[in-house]
Write a protein that binds this ligand. Structure first.
Ligand code: IMP
Ligand code: MG
Length: 176
């Protein structure tokens, strides 16, 4: 285990097992359809790669990079990189690593719905339900977690720890 990690919450094996279950639900719900996965950079990359491996529906992938300024005012996200595909009349599934206040996803979902997609749902690996400030829910959730700061499997602190093959709680002295 990395020296900055206090405790491992989910091992790679656990993440894979749970992701497979989530993928099976998605396969049922979108049977016979084409699904556009929109990964939010950069944290969702390992989860999206894992999820895709278990999908049997017809899939297209795309990515967006946005930054949110939760401190300033909710309702503010800036698109740093937009997705490339036209989603009008398409079924879209946003892939996120973690939902915290809900601000990022609330705004992205609204933005994608304005582009007239047929449906826009959300899948997230982790959900901090207790920390929600905006009323938004994920349609598919890997794990609900309490309000702790986690890293690994794509999740970072100042761009560090994304490569860890597990999700762990970061030691307090590493971010205070
Ligand atoms: P929200 O807009 O508050 O829901 O923020 C979601 C974003 O905050 C996620 O996409 C992450 O980038 C980041 N985030 C929230 N909690 C954590 C955490 O525990 N570890 C790492 N990043 C986090
Ligand atoms: Mg993020």
């Amino acid at each position: 285990m990395h020296q900055d990690i206090q405790e491992i919450l989910f091992s790679l094996e656990e993440i894979q097992r749970r992701t497979k279950m989530v993928a099976q639900q998605i396969n049922q719900d979108y049977a016979g359809k084409t699904l556009i996965l929109v990964g939010l950079l950069k944290g969702s990359v390992p989860f999206m790669a894992e999820l895709m491996r278990y999908l049997t529906v017809d899939v297209r992938i795309d990515f967006m990079d946005v930054s949110s300024y939760t401190g300033v005012q909710s309702g503010q996200v800036v698109i740093k990189k937009d997705m490339e595909q036209d989603i009008e009349g398409k079924d879209v599934l946003i892939v996120e690593d973690i939902i915290d206040t809900g601000n990022t996803l609330y705004n992205i979902k609204k933005m994608l719905e304005e582009r007239k997609c047929t449906s826009c749902k959300i899948v997230t690996l982790l959900d901090k339900v207790e920390s929600r400030k905006i009323d938004i829910h994920a349609d598919y959730v890997g794990y609900d977690i309490p309000n702790v700061f986690v890293v690994g499997f794509g999740l970072d602190f100042n761009e560090k720890y994304r490569e860890l093959p597990y999700i762990g709680i970061l030691k307090k002295e590493c971010y205070e």
